[in-house]
Ligand binder design. Structure first.
Ligand SMILES: Cc1cc2nc3c(=O)[nH]c(=O)nc-3n(C[C@H](O)[C@H](O)[C@H](O)COP(=O)(O)OP(=O)(O)OC[C@H]3O[C@@H](n4cnc5c(N)ncnc54)[C@H](O)[C@@H]3O)c2cc1C
Length: 392
């Protein structure tokens, strides 16, 4: 099995897109990412290059200036970014926020925002759902939006709002009807498209959170922030449903990133195992070294099939909640297993900064926790697919 065979396992008809993403990523080698990682700096040049090449507008329809590609193509773009050793976390929200905006935004919203986003003049990179007190229990979130004339007044706090400092717009979920006054458990939450340019310093405060990898994540505070009523996406009170369809897109795209990471780890390990000679032979000649690499490859290939199935269902407009969750779960487990294997295969060099493995190891660790943790995926499958009683 050669390195390129590892890379090309998708067998899809997206080779030209994959090749152009790889060509772009070749200009952003390990040294670029190592420097940013040390400084915890945002990859401005990389995001600008992806924007100029049109990749971040992949899901925006052509009539609004985007490329009008499918979810499968968008997933291939994210996968190739990761498989090239780059980090798409700096910009993946620009794709997955489309899941909510395209399906539930009004024609006016789309006309107003999408062409500017496609041209790279506006950045929609922030997705504000998680809160410090409610965590995964989204229906218990506490940020409120109260109608006041032709505005809403926002108060509350979000946490882990990644890229908020590098985005002009934020897709935000807030409570517009107190929980005890709603007809159903999931009603009363509303999605807003908040223009953060005008809001910063006038009721919106963003504070960075330093994490174990370079992720540009933040906490965001709302204090009597006034947003126009036109910022509401879809209908007031129905936001939870809209956010869920956006979350399926997010899970599929992040699963594709994990597939890319797993390919990168398998490729690195395979190359090293073939070159590194100890006891007079390549370490990869030992089954104890080659079997874990083969196992990681098999895990990646199996997860890749589920990612493709989830993306195909999503773009056909069909229900893909189970497949999106299973794809994210399998792909995150596969990338983490491949990361662990890659460190082990490299021995001491797996820990050396210049090999990039320890950086990718830290980066890929995130995905069994975010955007949804393993336990919550398992709960979803137990309840919604297997019909077991709801556990929380
Ligand atoms: C670097 C980073 C970037 C992020 N970016 C964003 C972003 O851009 N926007 C955004 O909105 N969010 C973002 N998140 C938040 C992320 O989605 C959450 O961290 C994740 O969903 C887990 O939620 P939590 O941290 O509140 O954990 P909690 O909900 O507190 O859960 C903690 C642990 O308990 C487990 N658990 C909780 N309840 C149950 C249960 N009933 N049964 C079994 N196990 C349970 C969970 O699985 C988890 O392992 C980000 C997080 C990180 C770390």
């Amino acid at each position: 099995m050669t390195a390129s065979a590892t890379r090309d396992s998708a067998h899809d008809d997206l080779a030209p897109i994959r090749e152009s993403v790889r060509a772009l990523c070749a200009d952003f080698p390990g040294e670029y990412w190592r420097r940013l990682d040390r400084e915890r700096a945002y990859p401005e040049e990389f995001v600008t290059a992806l924007t100029k090449a049109g990749f971040l507008a992949a899901l925006i329809p052509e009539e609004y200036g985007g490329s009008g590609l499918t979810m499968t193509a968008a997933a291939a773009i994210m996968e190739e970014i990761q498989a090239s050793g780059c980090n798409g976390a700096a910009c993946h929200a620009q794709m997955y926020t489309m899941g909510t905006l395209l399906r539930h935004g009004s024609i006016e919203h789309k006309k107003h925002y999408l062409p500017a986003i496609a041209r790279g003049e506006l950045r929609l990179q922030a997705f504000g759902v998680t809160e410090p007190t409610s965590g995964t229990d989204t229906l218990n979130l506490r940020t409120t939006a109260v109608r006041d004339g032709d505005h809403y007044v926002l108060n509350g706090q979000k946490i882990w709002t990644s890229r908020a400092e590098h985005s002009d717009l934020m897709l935000l979920l807030a409570r517009t009807t107190p929980r005890e006054q709603t007809a159903s458990r999931t009603a009363g939450l509303t999605v807003f498209l908040v223009d953060m340019r005008a809001a910063r310093g006038h009721g919106l405060t963003i504070r960075p959170i330093r994490t174990m990898m370079n992720h540009a994540t933040t906490e965001v505070f709302f204090e009597n922030l006034r947003v126009p009523a036109e910022a509401v996406i879809g209908r007031e009170g129905e936001g939870f449903r809209y956010i869920l369809s956006g979350m399926n897109a997010e899970r599929i795209l992040i699963a594709a990133e994990c597939i890319g990471d797993a390919k990168w780890f398998v490729e690195k390990a395979t190359a090293y195992a073939g070159e590194r000679v100890v006891f007079g032979r390549p370490i990869g000649q030992n089954q104890g070294v080659q079997f874990p690499i083969a196992r990681a490859y098999i895990g990646m290939r199996a997860a890749e099939l589920m990612v493709r199935e989830a993306a195909a269902l999503y773009q056909a407009g069909r229900d893909c909640g189970a497949e999106a969750n299973m794809a994210k779960h399998l792909a995150a487990e596969a990338s983490w297993a491949a990361a662990d294997m890659c460190v082990q295969t490299h021995g001491g060099f797996g820990f050396a900064e210049e090999f990039d493995i320890e950086r990718k190891f830290r980066e890929t660790r995130l995905y069994t926790v975010a955007p949804i943790s393993t336990n919550l995926v398992l709960s979803y499958i137990a309840e919604h697919v297997l019909g077991l009683p709801r556990s929380y």
